[in-house]
Each structure stands twice: as structure tokens, then as C-alpha cells.
Design a protein around this ligand. Structure first.
Ligand code: ADP
Ligand code: 5GP
Length: 206
């Protein structure tokens, strides 16, 4: 079977647990690597430059976008967020599964450019669970939280753009579900178009 990496998009409303589940997935650093995004948002306490995000001014961000350095970008609740293209292309070429933890507009842009990308919508079971988690995280003002919850109501309507819905009830369960999706996708016939040729010429690739 082929050794190509899968571009894995994980989206979901703010407070769904994307960061938490991605951290769990990243424990298997052989299997996954994580793209670090650029943002114009101010760092939260504990967030580190180059680890959580690359924190940039709006001017710097726009320059990167104009120079074609971003695979996709979007405006989310008043701040810009974007994916540096270089890292993603390099890691995919090395056969790594690359995780992008991005919002819905960006995910749609990626699917247009990379139809092979696997789009996962991660969400708690209900909007009430979402609000509880967002409140429990205690990182947002009431105003920003209200904005993000309003946004969540819009985002969930775009769920049909995604290949899979993963419920984040328990972090371990959600990460297991995502691991299974990735493992199954590897065997998709559409990802193994060279199989007949290799089969007939005995040049099977592990
Ligand atoms: P996101 O990255 O989607 O905005 P976070 O990963 O920051 O969300 O999670 C939001 C809050 O919910 C955090 O306080 C986190 O600890 C908590 N959380 C994440 N997953 C779960 C879960 N399965 N059950 C309960 N709480 C969770
Ligand atoms: P936060 O401010 O909570 O870190 O992120 C807000 C939203 O921006 C989340 O939905 C997150 O997935 C999304 N996001 C983070 N990085 C990117 C990116 O590079 N591109 C896009 N389109 N969204 C991103």
C-alpha cells in the first residue's frame, strides 16, 4: 500500500476540545505532525510563539497572504488565522500525516486545493456541553464567548462539508475514533491507484 501522508483537517466550534484531542493524537509523534498556524490574535497566558501559533501583526499577516505563503486563511471572530504552506507540503512529501486544526472557512479552502484531505468535524454532543466547556476553560470574556457561541451555531450548519463527525465525549474515545478513520483512509482504493501496476510488476511498496 502507498506511504503517502494524509492531510487531516480537524474543525469544530470553539470549546469543542480540538486542542485537547489534538494533543492526545500528537502523543503518537511517529504517526502525526501538527501544522502551527499564524494568527493576529493576542497570545493567551501560557501560549508560546512558534508552538501554539506564530503571533503576527495584521500587516505582517496580510503580507504573508499576498506572498502566497499561506495554504488557506480566514477571519474568525475579529482575528486572522492561516496555515503556512511550506511546512504542510514538506511533511506530506515525507509521508507524514499532517494535522491542521482550523475553522470551517479554511477547511473548505483546503478541500478545494487538496480533494484528498480528510475533513473531521469534532464536537460535543450538544451546544450546552459546548458552552459548559468554553466557560470551564475560562479564557474568554463574556463578550468573546457570546460571539464564539453564535459562531458555533453557524459552523454546525456547514457540517455536510465534512467527511466525518466525531463526538468528543471523552478525549480518549474521540482520539481513538480519529485514529481509526486515518487507519481506514490509508486503505481507500482511491489512495492506492498504483496498486495494480505494482502488483503486476512485483514492486509492492510496504
Ligand atoms: P478548542 O481547542 O476546540 O477550543 P479546548 O481543547 O481548548 O477546545 O477545550 C475546551 C475546554 O474543554 C478545555 O477546558 C478542555 O480541558 C475541555 N475539554 C476538552 N475535551 C473534553 C472532554 N472530552 N470532556 C470534558 N472536557 C473537555
Ligand atoms: P483560537 O483563537 O481559539 O486559538 O482559534 C479560533 C479558531 O481559529 C479555531 O476554530 C481554530 O481551529 C481556528 N484556526 C486556528 N488556526 C487556523 C488556521 O490556520 N486557519 C484557519 N482557517 N483557522 C484556524
Amino acid at each position: 500500500m502507498n506511504n503517502k501522508g494524509i492531510l487531516l483537517i480537524i474543525s469544530g466550534p470553539s470549546g469543542a476540545g480540538k486542542g485537547t484531542v489534538v494533543n492526545e493524537l500528537m502523543k503518537d509523534s511517529e504517526k502525526y505532525c501538527l501544522s502551527v498556524s499564524v494568527t493576529t490574535r493576542k497570545p493567551r497566558p501560557g501560549e508560546e510563539e512558534g508552538v501554539s501559533y506564530y503571533f503576527r501583526s495584521e500587516k505582517e499577516f496580510k503580507k504573508m497572504a499576498e506572498n502566497g505563503e499561506l495554504l488557506e486563511y480566514a477571519l474568525f471572530c475579529g482575528n486572522f488565522y492561516g496555515t503556512p504552506i511550506k511546512y504542510v507540503e514538506k511533511r506530506l512529501a515525507e509521508g507524514k500525516n499532517v494535522i491542521l486544526e482550523i475553522e470551517v472557512q479554511g477547511a473548505i479552502q483546503v478541500k478545494e486545493k487538496y480533494p484528498d484531505a480528510v475533513l473531521i468535524f469534532l464536537t460535543p454532543e450538544t451546544i450546552q456541553d459546548l458552552e459548559d466547556r468554553l466557560r470551564g476553560r475560562n479564557t474568554e470574556s463574556e463578550e468573546v464567548m457570546a460571539l464564539r457561541l453564535r459562531r458555533a451555531r453557524e459552523e454546525v450548519k456547514l457540517i455536510n462539508k465534512y467527511d466525518y463527525i466525531v463526538i468528543n465525549d471523552l478525549v480518549r474515545n474521540a482520539s481513538k475514533r480519529i485514529n481509526s478513520i486515518v487507519d481506514t483512509e490509508k486503505y481507500a482504493s482511491a489512495r492506492n491507484k498504483d496498486f495494480p501496476k505494482n502488483f503486476l510488476t512485483k514492486k509492492g511498496v510496504e
